[in-house]
Design a binder for this molecule. Structure first.
Ligand code: SIN
Length: 271
């Protein structure tokens, strides 16, 4: 795709591109914002290097794509004075890290986020990559009979599956029903929309059938040919489209430190 203000270097033929020629620490022009939005639709996840973002710069980047989503369930990790920003940190004291299982963000919400911008200032010397998988490819690779079977099915996504183990006792978590196959509101492409973290069940089938089909789908979305893998350096950013990718944070660097901030962009009801 030609862009007026950016250079784009793909990681794989179908997913992920490193974007250069833009300084995210300075205000963005309307033409740059338009190119960034186009690059996200084309590549589903875009990466930037050497961008020492301030909190305000991080929010300004996210706002090129929509309003910022403030998730009550992540209150404990909010940066003081900046409720839009979630601290992402792991070190020798960590017992778990956010997002280890394949998922798209907060699909338990009635309107799951459009996407997220993750900025890391501190990374381990090796490891701590984030893997992404293209849900358009995952859908398109299914056989026609499976596509017909999934057509019209819905699934229940339950926040308790992710947050119950780490939230105070008695906490309430969102539960939402979404189509198993969603249509991307901007590109019109279909995407598989079930994930290992949040999807509890496919609703219109028996318990046994759900277990078998959901297990098949959450395995299918992890096929290596749908994926790209981002190797972080300090002051890198990954900005992903939650409507067309899943991701997984690889925790292979314990006890090293990996640290930064995430801003999440509001989305709409999947259809
Ligand atoms: C997440 O947002 O799920 C975490 C991604 C990461 O830390 O690489």
């Amino acid at each position: 795709m030609p862009y007026k203000t950016l250079e784009v270097s793909p990681l794989t033929p179908h997913l992920g591109a490193e974007v250069s020629g833009v300084d995210l620490t300075a205000p963005l022009s309307a033409a740059q914002a338009e190119d960034l939005r186009a690059a996200l639709i084309d590549w589903h996840v875009i990466f930037f290097r050497d961008q020492p973002l301030t909190f305000e710069g991080h929010k300004a980047l996210a706002r090129c794509f929509g309003d910022i989503h403030i998730a009550p369930s992540t209150k404990a990790w909010q940066v003081e004075g900046h409720p839009e920003i979630t601290r992402m940190h792991a070190d020798a004291e960590s017992k778990y890290v956010a997002g280890e299982d394949w998922h798209s963000d907060m699909t338990c919400d009635p309107e799951p986020p459009l996407g997220s911008a993750l900025y890391l200032h501190t990374v381990p010397p090796t490891g701590g990559d984030t893997a992404f998988s293209n849900m358009h490819l995952a859908y398109e690779a299914l056989g026609e009979r499976m596509k017909a079977y999934l057509d019209g099915l819905t699934a229940t996504h339950d926040g308790a599956r992710v947050f119950a183990a780490i939230a105070p006792p008695g906490s309430q978590f969102p539960v939402s029903v979404h189509p198993v196959v969603r249509t991307h509101p901007e590109s019109g492409r279909k995407a598989l929309f079930v994930n290992k973290q949040f999807t509890a069940r496919i609703n219109e089938v028996s318990k046994d059938e759900n277990e078998a089909v959901l297990a098949y789908l959450v395995r299918h979305v992890q096929r290596p040919e749908f994926q790209c893998r981002f190797r972080w350096r300090p002051h890198s950013i990954a900005l992903w489209d939650n409507r067309s990718v899943q991701h997984s944070a690889i925790w292979d660097y314990f006890p090293m430190t990996r640290s930064g901030y995430r801003v999440t962009i509001k989305g709409d009801k999947p259809v």
